[in-house]
Write a protein of this length. Sequence first.
Length: 229
Amino acid sequence: MSRPVIGIAGYRDRARWNIWDVEATVIQHSFVHGITASGGRALVLPPDDRDADVLDRLDGLLLPGGADIDPARYGEARHPATDEPREDRDAGELLLLRAALKRDMPVLGVCRGLQLLALVYGGTLHQHLPDVLGHTEHCPREGVLGEHAVAFTGGSLAATLYGPRTVVNSHHHQGIADSGTLRVTGRSDDGLAEAAEDPAKRFVLGVQWHPELSDDRALFEAFVTSCAL
């Protein structure tokens, strides 16, 4: 039986290896490992906003973390702490996400991926959490992971995977302000949305933390299993 093929949205960035120091399409290998170790075949997708036809060849879509989403996409001016827009990435990933949801294709969103889900479901973001929450617990400093507890809604997909409460890693300065019609099923103790899902779909789940860094086998296995159905 062939492995389910799962597209991981890659992005364009400067990369250096061997003799090369060039623009490249990149993705952290930990995402690839999470998929392959759980029985899937990972396919890295460069930014491309021409069409979503590649979904014809995929069984699932994973949207990873990374640069901030352009706030113009949810009707706001850019905060000084918000990254410069990555138009190619925003356009390509939103195109794929909307098409995947229309097909009821399994989707896993990580950090930025959760935020993209919120936007597609009609929500908005907090552009800089210290302004809203009054602390830097969710991103102690650039390149340093924080750690905090998350409580989950009973009966949700997230609760099935993690139980009523767990501790997660954290490295994000933005978060969901309004989830739109996406159902928030996990919150940190300060009230910030940490997990959200669409129970009407086969598998649509976004998490604000980084399961690829904690080798979260339960999450990746559940996602890959849903892609094989």
